[in-house]
Write a protein that binds this ligand. Structure first.
Ligand code: HEM
Length: 148
């Protein structure tokens, strides 16, 4: 019972952090449009060997728009949005062994690249904003990885 209340409280706190800190930070980053997402994919390619080849044939303008929605779903999931869980399950299966076959341990580099890019593009960035991103991304990424 006490455990359940603690979990509920943690969920509510995470939702507050997602809505009041991470979502506004992401909106500020998105004001830079493709620059933000191009920098993110450049950082990801530097960090994770072989990523350049994975995106060699990809229309990156389209990919930028899709990953924007994907990040939106991760934030929405932390906010408690029920539709986000379904979208993350779909993305998890798409990245899973039967389709894109992205090893779950690569998600850490993906999140690090995103946080590093946010630090460059969000004019109001602080260490606390970064910590908030870390907390907010974690559960949704774990959910995606669970569908590998
Ligand atoms: C939680 C982290 C991630 C999110 C939210 C995410 C999001 C997305 C989205 C939204 C798409 C487009 C899906 C569609 O076509 O409907 C996509 C495609 C893709 N993602 Fe991810 N992704 C993540 C992690 C990764 C990682 C770690 C890698 C590789 C290291 C990766 C590689 C790819 C590739 C290769 C595609 C297909 C590109 C193409 O269509 O040519 N993703 N991802």
């Amino acid at each position: 019972m006490v455990r359940e209340e603690t979990n509920n409280r943690e969920s509510r706190l995470l939702a507050i952090v997602a809505e009041s800190v991470v979502r506004p930070s992401f909106q500020r980053c998105c004001e830079s449009g493709d620059d933000f997402f191009d920098t993110f994919y450049g950082d990801l390619a530097d960090r994770v060997p072989g990523v350049g080849a994975l995106f060699a044939g990809t229309d990156m303008r389209r990919q930028n728009a899709l990953v924007r929605d994907g990040i939106d779903a991760l934030i929405h999931y932390a906010e408690g949005g029920p539709a986000a869980a379904e979208e993350l399950a779909r993305l998890g299966k798409l990245h899973g062994r039967d389709f894109l076959n992205i090893q779950p341990d690569l998600y850490t580099g993906w999140a690090d690249a995103l946080r590093h890019t946010v630090a460059q593009f969000d004019p109001k960035h602080t260490d606390l904003v970064d910590a908030a991103w870390g907390e907010v991304l974690a559960d949704g990424i774990a959910l995606m990885a669970s569908f590998y």
